[in-house]
Design a protein around this ligand. Structure first.
Ligand code: AMP
Length: 165
């Protein structure tokens, strides 16, 4: 685990990325040290796991169709949509699943829901309604180990959750 401290009023994933590279080069840190990293910016703690596909999307290392971003949250269209509107809302802090949430994460979770509401209004599905889905672990069907809220809408959606036969 390594700790980076920055002081920056306005920061973007790209800015973070360039700071990270500059810092690492000067400190002689190699890619193995990057597996787990904690970044603190203006006292906001942002954990990143550089192996995580969603952290790479936040950093702009993997392209995505961004829908929304604030200090806590990043949202983008799912690459394999299962509804006419299918957006993923993820925390910028690397948290693997609901099981890993801590009391200090309350603000992040609250902002994920507020982002869902904002996106639903922006995309014109708020009035008719939508579904929020957060899978957790194997039985929940979670594939990507970084908390993500699926925002699903744009049509009446089925309710066919049940045990796998
Ligand atoms: P879950 O099964 O709940 O873990 O959902 C993971 C979701 O991430 C799936 O709906 C995938 O289609 C989506 N996904 C995986 N990789 C990407 C990507 N590069 N861009 C957008 N969505 C992705």
């Amino acid at each position: 685990m390594c700790l980076l401290r920055y002081s920056a009023k306005h920061y973007t994933p790209l800015y973070l990325h360039s700071c990270r590279i500059a810092f690492l080069a000067s400190a002689g840190i190699n890619s193995e040290h990057l597996l787990a990293m904690t970044i603190v910016i203006n006292d906001t703690l942002i954990k990143t796991n550089m192996d995580c596909i969603f952290d790479k999307i936040i950093a702009g290392e993997i392209p995505s169709k961004k829908v929304y971003e604030d200090n806590f949250v990043f949202a983008f269209y799912d690459i394999h949509p299962i509804a006419p509107v299918h957006v993923l809302i993820i925390p910028k802090k690397h948290i693997e699943s609901i099981n890993d949430l801590e009391e200090g994460d309350v603000e992040i979770v609250g902002n994920m829901f507020l982002a869902a509401k904002k996106i639903a209004f922006d995309l014109g599905i708020a009035e008719k309604g939508y579904k929020l889905l957060v899978r957790t672990g194997r039985d929940g069907g979670q594939e990507v180990p970084h908390i993500h809220m699926h925002l699903l809408g744009g049509a009446r959606l089925r309710e066919d959750i049940g045990p796998v036969k």
